[in-house]
Ligand binder design. Structure first.
Ligand SMILES: Cc1cc2nc3c(=O)[nH]c(=O)nc-3n(C[C@H](O)[C@H](O)[C@H](O)COP(=O)(O)OP(=O)(O)OC[C@H]3O[C@@H](n4cnc5c(N)ncnc54)[C@H](O)[C@@H]3O)c2cc1C
Length: 309
């Protein structure tokens, strides 16, 4: 109920305009966002590297409406890759296709994306294409496949365990030897498209992870990013890794900045590869609302901050 409410509010322009102007909500958002500037995300990358944790950097923004906005968004990613290299850091990037112009023109989106992936290939980085609402899934996979066919290797996609179509997508990606981030899914979807209960989503997550760490996937060179903060799922995944994974090249754990930092550190200290998704930028509102939707207790955190003024 609350989840649906927050996801609906994540699209409200009036609430966004009000919240982004208030200092307290900006402070509250800092729990999940490194800051508004790239330099702040680079600082977080430095601190996490000191704890043996890698990062993937996300410049916040989605649903660009003009060609200029989409090109500017692509330009920001080229700037990230250059800054990471110049600062002697190691970080991947994560981006959204709606930010690169998917809703304006698929070809424009491809050209923006290919430019970033080419730069990442050159600098030894990696581009993860985040997955958005289910109306974009097929187009996202199509553009990913086009990049691979064009010879780009340092690019991966995301599959959402809540979608009913995901098992077929995982099989399609295994055949390609893809790099796949597996998450539960963060958008509002209809029951015909997505499983509604946590139990079903978790069950599907396990099933999909089994495929991604299976024999065929290993033979094809599949890499999997296990993106969850769910301690029970993580323990189950550790068991599966012990049984199946022959090298740490095959997998890594991924979590979001500001969530379960204790678990991030524990995994890294135990020798598991861990990467944290670090977001920065001014367009933090929809990202912040999705984080609130994931955990009702976060609502009280926001209200407490607002109450403090
Ligand atoms: C690295 C990474 C990348 C992602 N990329 C995408 C993507 O491209 N597309 C997409 O749709 N979704 C993405 N997600 C979000 C994902 O789909 C889930 O919405 C989110 O991870 C919450 O699910 P969970 O697996 O942590 O499990 P849940 O069952 O939701 O949560 C398990 C436990 O984790 C903790 N927790 C989870 N969320 C929060 C929170 N917001 N605040 C505080 N504690 C929390 C709580 O302790 C909770 O009990 C990504 C998640 C991660 C970690």
């Amino acid at each position: 109920m609350l989840r649906r409410l927050f996801l609906a509010l994540s699209e409200s322009e009036r609430l966004r305009d009000w919240l982004v102007r208030t200092r307290v909500s900006r402070r509250a958002a800092r729990r999940f966002v490194a800051g508004e500037e790239l330099s702040q995300a680079l600082e977080v990358t430095r601190v996490l590297a000191g704890q043996g944790i890698k990062t993937t950097l996300d410049h916040l923004g989605e649903n660009t409406h003009t060609v200029q906005e989409a090109q500017a968004a692509a330009g920001e990613y080229l700037k990230i890759l250059e800054s990471v290299r110049q600062n002697g850091l190691e970080a991947n990037v994560s981006l959204k296709l709606s930010q690169m112009g998917l809703e304006i023109d698929e070809e424009l989106c491809y050209q923006n994306l290919a430019q970033i992936v080419a730069e990442a290939q050159e600098s030894g980085s990696f581009v993860r294409i985040d997955m958005e609402g289910s109306d974009t899934t097929e187009r996202t996979l199509r553009l990913y496949e086009r990049l691979r066919t064009a010879g780009y290797e340092r690019v991966g996609v995301v599959i959402q365990a809540y979608l009913r179509r995901s098992e077929a997508d995982i099989r399609r990606l295994i055949a390609r030897g893809a790099s796949v981030r597996l998450c539960k899914g963060a958008y509002a979807e209809l029951p015909g498209v997505a499983f509604a209960s946590k139990h079903k989503v978790d069950q599907n997550y396990r099933q999909l992870l089994s495929l991604l760490l299976g024999e065929e996937a290993e033979a094809k060179g599949v890499q999997v990013a296990i993106a969850t903060h769910d301690a029970a799922l993580i323990n189950w995944a550790k068991q599966l890794i012990q049984e199946r994974a022959s090298s740490t090249e095959q997998y890594e754990f991924q979590m979001l900045y500001g969530i379960r930092r204790d678990l991030q550190r524990q995994l890294a200290q135990a020798g598991y590869p861990v990467r944290v998704y670090v977001s920065y930028g001014q367009e933090w509102y929809p990202y912040f609302m999705r984080r609130l939707a994931e955990r009702p207790a976060n609502l009280f955190f926001l209200l407490r901050q607002l109450g403090r003024g």
